[in-house]
Design a protein around this ligand. Structure first.
Ligand code: DX5
Ligand code: ZN
Length: 228
């Protein structure tokens, strides 16, 4: 996809009416829907699993961007694929056999993503670039919405952008993205932008305006194809 991809994270949505929330952000201009799966083990919070994603699937035709913050991930990959995930991202820190996980995702017919925490160097994903369609750079430590963007991640984004040259790989950022920080992330080389609080805080009446503001910030860094 050319131009910025905006992927609202339903972690900040009203969990009592998730179907309605997914429909509302889809109609408000989201490109993808970001689904944060947390296990209370890899990260200190618990959210939802494949059954919830499956239940949400009929509510939107948008690309389901599933971010697994679980360890181990491998036993659950097929369930997330069957639930309707389009991209499945696993963390490089989450297990000892990351090639196996990424190959398994592609064998399930899904796009494979590799995620890395702010404390993990860009070099950790370098050997994996032939196996992925997306690199998910965490710009906060995963576990919670509403945290502040960590500026040192900009260098990680830039390094990964340089490493990806010549490949069709999306570089996605996740955590503390708002109409200001999105500019920094786009300038560093990201082309896909997760936003939880910055989209959902304030309720559905503002979804389209807030998505548009994030898109405008990202697009201000250039109008051409942003993926590497
Ligand atoms: C954090 C999650 C994010 C989170 C982002 O662990 O991976 O997707 O929802 O939320 P904001 O945009 O509020 O930082
Ligand atoms: Zn996420």
């Amino acid at each position: 996809m050319n131009g910025p991809i905006i992927s609202p994270s339903i972690l900040s949505a009203d969990f009592a009416k998730l179907g309605e929330e997914v429909r509302a952000v889809s109609e408000a201009g989201a490109d993808w829907i970001h689904l944060d799966v947390m296990d209370g083990h890899f990260v200190p919070n618990i959210t939802f699993g494949p059954a919830v994603i499956k239940a949400l699937r009929p509510h939107s035709a948008k690309h389901f961007d599933v971010h697994l913050m679980i360890a181990p991930a491998d036993p659950y990959l097929a369930a997330f694929a069957e639930a309707g995930a389009d991209t499945i991202s696993v963390h490089v820190e989450a297990g000892p056999h990351i090639h196996r996980s990424l190959q398994a995702i592609r064998n399930l017919g899904k796009r494979a993503g590799i995620a890395l925490n702010p404390g993990t160097p860009a070099s950790a994903v370098e050997p994996l670039l032939d196996l992925v369609d997306l690199v998910l750079v965490m710009t906060v430590n995963p576990g919670f919405g509403g945290q502040s963007f960590i500026p040192s991640t900009l260098e990680t984004i830039a390094r990964i952008r340089a490493m990806c040259a010549g490949r069709e790989i999306d570089i996605e950022v996740d955590g503390g993205i708002d109409p200001e920080t999105v500019i920094l992330a786009a300038r560093a080389g990201a082309n896909a932008f997760v936003a939880g609080n910055a989209v959902f805080k304030g309720g559905p009446a503002g979804y389209s305006e807030r998505i548009a503001a994030i898109r405008a910030g990202a697009a201000s860094m250039g109008g051409g194809p942003l993926s590497c």
